[in-house]
Design a protein. Structure first.
Length: 282
């Protein structure tokens, strides 16, 4: 075979490699999902957002919770019998409030137990979804985040601060309109949080959590640790099943030319100290 023929074979194999790899990942995910469902006797739903790359141009594309996600999760819940528990594996920076509220509401209405697993982080709308669970299972180093609404790039709570610090005559009409929208947005999200929590704790506790999470007490990207989540009054466990970590490994971040984190991918334990043997240097 001449060099041109070898070149074309190499080109075809190279072009098919990503497709084959993706199919292998998808098959592995389905097998592991089935294994987790059999082990826990539940419906397992995965909502994982990774940074992706446009196939042609290579530009990074960050994923968020959107309407497509809410439609897919709602379909999965509809296909689950009322007495079957639901396990949701959640890894997301947040997203559209409408989509997050739809998912949270549907999970809260499910009669059987709902567990949300957070192996790394579930921020903003992800936290709103987690609040709908009967139990939140977090890795010891995983975090949740505030659910205070954002108007464009501006925190709604910060827009309202303008009204407190400047005379009304010095504020332009556009800011006043934004402040009115901000006030409504905070009130709506706070009411949603209270509704999600009210039947599992006292009204006073639900009100406290809603105020802390929805009114701008923290910055929107503030990481709420396991300890802080428990102090708020949320039911949080750190008993993360090993299969959840294994599942996360089947949703890899988009490959880069050079990895920013490297290590030998094997369990590491402290080796027993070698005993000094008389007459031997070891």
């Amino acid at each position: 075979m001449d060099l041109i023929g070898l070149f074309w074979i190499f080109l075809i194999i190279s072009s098919l490699q990503p497709v084959i790899r993706q199919k292998m990942l998808e098959t592995g995910r389905l097998r592991l999902l089935e294994r987790i469902e059999q082990q826990r006797q539940s419906r397992v739903i995965v909502l994982i957002h990774r940074q992706e790359t446009l196939s042609l141009l290579g530009f990074p594309l960050v994923r968020y919770i959107d309407i497509d996600d809410s439609e897919a999760v709602l379909r999965a819940i509809k296909m689950t019998d009322r007495d079957v528990p639901i396990d949701l594996v959640l890894h997301t920076p947040g997203g559209l409030v409408l989509a997050a509220e739809q998912i949270a509401s549907a999970l809260r209405k499910h009669p059987a137990k709902v567990t949300v697993f957070v192996p790394h982080y579930a921020m903003s709308g992800g936290t709103l979804i987690a609040l709908a669970a009967d139990e939140i299972v977090m890795d010891e180093n995983a975090v949740l985040g505030p659910v205070d609404p954002q108007l464009g790039q501006q925190p709604a709570a910060s827009i309202l601060k303008v009204l407190e610090r400047k005379p009304i005559s010095e504020i332009d009409d556009e800011t006043l309109i934004m402040a009115d929208i901000a006030e409504k947005a905070i009130r709506q999200v706070k009411a949603t949080v209270i509704e999600l929590l009210a039947d599992r704790m006292g009204a006073e506790q639900a009100e406290h959590i809603a105020t802390m999470l929805a009114t701008g007490v923290w910055t929107h990207d503030y990481p709420i640790s396991v300890r802080e989540a428990r102090e708020l009054g949320l039911t949080v466990s750190t008993d993360m099943p090993p299969l959840i970590y294994q599942l996360m490994g089947l949703y890899p971040q988009t490959a880069q030319r050079r990895p920013s984190v490297e290590y030998i991918p094997l369990p590491r334990s402290r080796e027993p100290e070698r005993r000094q043997v008389r007459g031997s240097p070891w």
